[in-house]
Structures are given as structure tokens and as C-alpha cells.
Design a protein around this ligand. Structure first.
Ligand code: HEM
Length: 550
């Protein structure tokens, strides 16, 4: 102690400053030495030590990527640095082949695990952000078994039709007598629609999110149940808008401009998780009661949550034979909560944004909208209120082409990452382990090598699918981590687009306004003001003739 005191007693403030400055200079020299001698150098912005690129803090990340791709992406590969992590960005379909191999057991991880996943209790939970191979594999297996059969039934269609009728009625009620249509922000409605939809699909119980919003606009009384639903929508929204913070390196967590964001998101997640735990417990109780009272579980039409609860129990309608023993146990409540979190987070905003972008592009392309009306009126010639079922969706080829073309030109998930934790060969180069690769979906989807006039909105491209270059369009990612909700998402988007344009003509309020977006891990539509004008459909010829004869 005495010696330490003597040493410290002789230290001056200037010595400390010189010491600190020397450390910083050594760090900076080391950083740039490593940068300029890096393996496989590719073009990209020169990084700033510790931070990487400042653009990430001041510019929308998707807009930034788009700009960098134009500047550096000519050869289909460029690099950037975010918070000290080197990222290799790929914009050629050929370069991402390896990541999209079906059932690839190598490229499974999406990110390095040096961020805050454990703080948010997501490191071993759910599917989308799970970083433990063992837990991810188990959760994905059970989630797949529960969600895929649902997409083959009419259950999603029934729910979608029911909710659309409700929402359309609210819109009609809101129409002012002196106007030819209802003016509203469609993004707000869709966020509530998709929450009600996923809730009904997963639990058979509806939130009151749509009802809440209609009551709020009309200044009508609001119940506690509606407030709870709205809070749930906000929980999802907050997480979707700021989840990039999960990938901030642990070291930076307490920095002044990061700490409040982390704490806000953490607080949001705790409230979100508590709600989900209550939902899981209530469903388990409901199932237990049915069984206790000698009732029979309707396992064929079970909602997703029921399927998750009964998976690998005696009530499982599809017991798995010859399956890896680590996958054949039931899930506990904590695991189910993790998967339910994914269903709400991954299953709501993705659809909302794709839907809003489709409306935007349709409004700017009247020739496409005309063809859309023609297809809808051909498939539903007589009854414009007929529920839209799976067999109808089969016939709506142009509707599907519109959804794909929207996702090509403006994907809501514009970046999909893979983390190689072993030496790898990608884009014709050898890479050491621990390298992050970004498949820049928007760049590939709009690359003129694969797409003629890529900036033009032309759904017709997707009517000739045989002409589409392999991996030049990916809406749902691929390989072992491909989107689990892809079938439900297509059913949802096709049904919604058809139901909307069957009943209404849709106009943008401001044709000159660009799309208002903000990107976290997905590109979110911040708002889209539209006018919904009820459509006067022409009576089909046959019906007019038979009426006039009577
Ligand atoms: C238009 C709507 C949607 C789009 C564009 C979309 C897109 C994507 C993409 C690009 C991925 C990453 C795939 C990869 O890494 O290769 C993903 C993952 C995922 N999606 Fe979707 N998705 C949509 C809707 C849904 C829905 C409705 C659900 C569930 C109800 C869902 C559940 C998931 C899950 C659980 C994952 C994580 C899979 C894993 O990590 O293993 N998605 N989605």
C-alpha cells in the first residue's frame, strides 16, 4: 500500500493524459494496421475505430446499404464495418447459393453472439433470434410441426375473411357523408389487423386491436380489454422498430446514447413476455380442463398454441416416429413463450409493410391496378362478398405476382445474414472463421444482371417463373433458417389484397410523397395515407340479362 501510494503520489494529471493518449494511439494504429492488411480486401467505406461507420447512427440503414451498393457493389461484393465488426455484403445470386442450400447444417447462425441476446433472454429462446444450435433446432422442429399443417387448412382464410369484414365495416362507418371515400392511414389499421389475426390463429382468441382503433377515431368509449390489446400492438411495434440494439457489442452497452435505448427495449420486452406467459398459462389451463372433464381436444383444427402445448404428449395427433430423441420431448412454458414471441414479432409487421408497399406501387401504376381489378372480377364474378378461400387463391396468379414484384423492388427484409463460425469459401474466396456475411436481398432483387429494367414495377415478370434466375429473388430467405411463416404470409397477403381491391378502389392522398420508411432489422412503413372509395362493380352480363327477363 505504501509503495503504491508513493508511486501514485508522484503521478501528475498530464502523465495520466499522456498514458491515455498513448493507449488510444496504439489502439488506432493497431486498428488501421489490421484494416489495411485484412484478408480479401473489398471496396467499402473506411471504418472509424470502435464505431465502424457513423452512417449507422444518422442514416436509415437500408438507405445506407442502397447507397453503398450503388457506389461499391459493381462486382457483387463489398464490405463495411459496424461497431468494430467486419461485414461482407453480397449482391450476386451466385454468391449466396451456399447459404440457401436446403437443410444446410453448416450456415445456421445469423450473427456473432457478442451482443445483448442473453440480456433479453433471447439467446436460447424461440427461433428467429435463438443462438444456441441445440435449442434452435428443437424450437424450429416443434414450430414447423405446428404451423405448416395450419397453412393447408382453411382456418387462416376463415379468420382473414372474418377480420376483413369487420375492418371494412369500420372504414365504411368512418366515411363522411360529403366525401366519396374514407381517408385513413392504412399502416395503422394493418398493424392492428395482423395482431388480431396472429392472435386468433395462435390462440383462437381475438384481441380488440381493430375495435380499439375504430372506437378511438370515433371518440367512442374504450374498455380495459381494448387498452390491453393496444399495449400489445405497441409492444410488438417497439420491438420491431428498435431491435437492432440487441446486436450492439456488450462493451458499448453503457454508452450514454445506447443505455437509455437498451433499458427502454428491455422494459418493453418484460411487459411483452409477461403477457405471453399469461396467454400460455391460460391455454394450458383450458386444455387441462377439457381433458379433466372427459372432453375431446379438436386436434385437427387446433390453434398454433394448442399444437405447441400438445406436441410430443399423448394428445399429439402426429406422434413422430424415428425422430432424434432430443426433439421428441414436449415444450415447457418458457419455450412456448419464446416461440409465441416469434409468431407475433416475425408474423405481423413483415406482412403489414409488404401490404403497404403493394398499395403504394399499385397506386403509382394504374395499368397494373386495372389488371388486378380484372382478375378479381373474373374470379369473383357474382358475389363480391364471397369468402376468399384456399381454392380461390390458387386462381389469383396476378395477385401473387403483384406481391412478389412488390417484395422484389422493396423487400421488407432487405438484409439476411449468416455467420460462419468455421473457415469457409464464399464468393470464390477463402475466409477465416467468425466472419459475418450479409445477403443484400434488395441489391440482388434489383441487380440488372438478373432483371431487365429493375426499377420498373412489372408483376408480369413473375408470371413466367421459369425465366427467373436462381436465387435472384428471395422474399423469405432460404436454407436451414428459411421463414417458417411463408405459406401463411402468402395466404394472408393474397387474401387481403383481393378483399381490399374487390371492395374498394384505393388512392394515395399524396401522389408525390415518397414511401416513408425506417429500417431496423426490417424496413417498416411509417405511414401511408390513402382514400378508400367503395367500388361500384358492374353486374356481370349473365345476371343483368336474367334480371331483365324476369
Ligand atoms: C411478408 C411476410 C414475411 C416475410 C417477408 C418474411 C421474411 C422472413 C425472412 C427473410 C426470414 C429470414 C430467413 C433466413 O434467414 O433465411 C424470416 C424468418 C422467420 N420468419 Fe418470416 N416473413 C414473413 C412472415 C412471417 C410469418 C407470418 C411468420 C409466422 C407466423 C414468420 C415467422 C418467421 C420465423 C419464426 C423466422 C425465423 C426462422 C429461423 O430463424 O429459423 N414470418 N422471415
Amino acid at each position: 500500500m505504501g509503495l503504491l501510494q508513493t508511486i501514485l503520489g508522484g503521478v501528475k494529471v498530464t502523465d495520466i493524459l499522456i498514458g491515455l493518449l498513448s493507449i488510444i494511439i496504439i489502439y488506432v494504429i493497431h486498428f488501421y494496421y489490421k484494416y489495411f492488411t485484412r484478408i480479401n480486401p473489398f471496396p467499402g467505406p473506411i471504418p472509424i475505430p470502435l464505431i465502424g461507420s457513423v452512417a449507422i447512427f444518422i442514416e436509415d440503414i437500408d438507405a445506407w446499404f442502397y447507397r453503398l451498393n450503388k457506389k461499391y457493389g459493381r462486382d457483387g461484393i463489398f464490405e463495411l464495418n459496424i461497431a468494430g465488426n467486419r461485414q461482407i455484403v453480397l449482391t450476386r445470386a451466385e454468391y449466396i447459393d451456399k447459404f440457401l442450400l436446403k437443410d444446410s447444417s453448416t450456415h445456421v447462425m445469423r450473427t456473432a453472439n457478442n451482443g445483448l441476446l442473453d440480456l433479453f433472454d433471447l439467446e436460447t429462446k424461440g427461433v428467429g433470434l435463438n443462438h444456441s444450435y441445440k435449442h434452435w433446432k428443437f424450437n424450429r422442429h416443434i414450430f414447423t410441426q405446428a404451423i405448416m399443417p395450419l397453412a393447408l387448412t382453411n382456418k387462416p382464410s376463415e379468420i382473414l375473411n372474418q377480420l376483413f369484414v369487420e375492418m371494412a365495416q369500420y372504414w365504411i362507418d368512418l366515411k363522411q357523408p360529403d366525401s366519396d371515400g374514407t381517408v385513413t392511414d392504412i399502416a395503422i389499421w394493418m398493424r392492428r389487423f395482423t395482431t388480431d389475426f396472429i392472435s386468433l390463429l395462435t390462440t383462437s382468441k381475438k384481441f380488440s386491436a381493430l375495435y380499439y382503433y375504430s372506437q378511438k377515431i370515433k371518440n367512442e368509449p374504450i374498455t380495459q380489454e381494448m387498452i390491453d390489446s393496444e399495449e400489445f400492438v405497441e409492444n410488438i411495434n417497439t420491438f420491431v422498430s428498435d431491435n437492432q440494439i440487441l446486436f450492439v457489442p456488450k462493451l458499448l452497452r453503457n454508452m450514454p446514447f445506447i443505455k437509455p435505448r437498451v433499458n427502454k427495449l428491455l422494459d418493453n420486452c418484460h411487459r411483452f413476455y409477461d403477457r405471453l406467459v399469461d396467454i400460455v398459462k391460460a391455454k394450458r389451463k383450458e386444455i387441462d380442463e377439457i381433458v379433466k372433464n372427459g372432453g375431446e381436444l379438436d386436434t385437427k383444427r387446433a390453434d398454433l398454441l394448442t399444437s405447441l402445448i400438445i406436441a410430443n404428449t399423448q394428445y399429439d395427433p402426429h406422434p413422430q416416429k424415428n425422430v432424434d430423441p432430443s426433439l421428441s420431448r414436449p415444450m415447457n412454458d418458457d419455450e412456448i413463450r419464446g416461440v409465441m414471441f416469434d409468431a407475433f414479432v416475425a408474423g405481423t409487421d413483415t406482412t403489414v409493410n409488404t401490404f403497404c408497399f403493394a398499395i403504394y406501387y399499385l397506386s403509382h401504376h394504374p395499368e397494373v391496378k386495372k389488371k388486378l381489378f380484372e382478375e378479381i372480377d373474373t374470379v369473383f364474378p357474382d358475389d363480391p362478398n364471397k369468402p376468399i378461400m384456399l381454392e380461390d387463391l390458387e386462381k389469383l396468379k396476378y395477385v401473387e405476382a403483384i406481391i412478389k414484384e412488390t417484395s422484389r423492388i422493396r423487400p421488407t427484409v432487405s438484409m439476411v445474414s449468416r455467420f460462419s463460425n468455421q473457415p469457409d469459401e464464399i464468393a470464390g474466396h477463402k475466409w477465416p472463421s467468425d466472419q459475418l456475411f450479409i445477403m443484400y436481398v434488395r441489391g440482388i432483387n434489383n441487380n440488372p444482371i438478373y432483371w431487365k429494367d429493375p426499377e420498373k414495377f412489372m408483376p408480369e415478370r413473375f408470371l413466367k417463373s421459369q425465366e427467373i434466375h436462381k436465387n435472384s429473388f428471395s422474399m423469405f430467405g432460404g436454407g436451414s433458417r428459411m421463414c417458417l411463416g411463408r405459406k401463411i404470409a402468402i395466404i394472408e397477403l393474397k387474401t387481403l389484397l383481393t378483399a381490399l381491391y374487390r371492395k374498394f378502389d384505393v388512392e394515395l392522398i399524396d401522389m408525390n410523397a415518397p414511401l416513408e420508411v425506417e429500417t431496423s432489422t426490417i424496413t417498416v412503413c411509417k405511414g401511408l395515407d390513402i382514400k378508400l372509395i367503395p367500388r361500384e362493380r358492374k353486374q356481370p352480363m349473365t345476371r343483368r340479362i336474367s334480371r331483365s327477363r324476369n
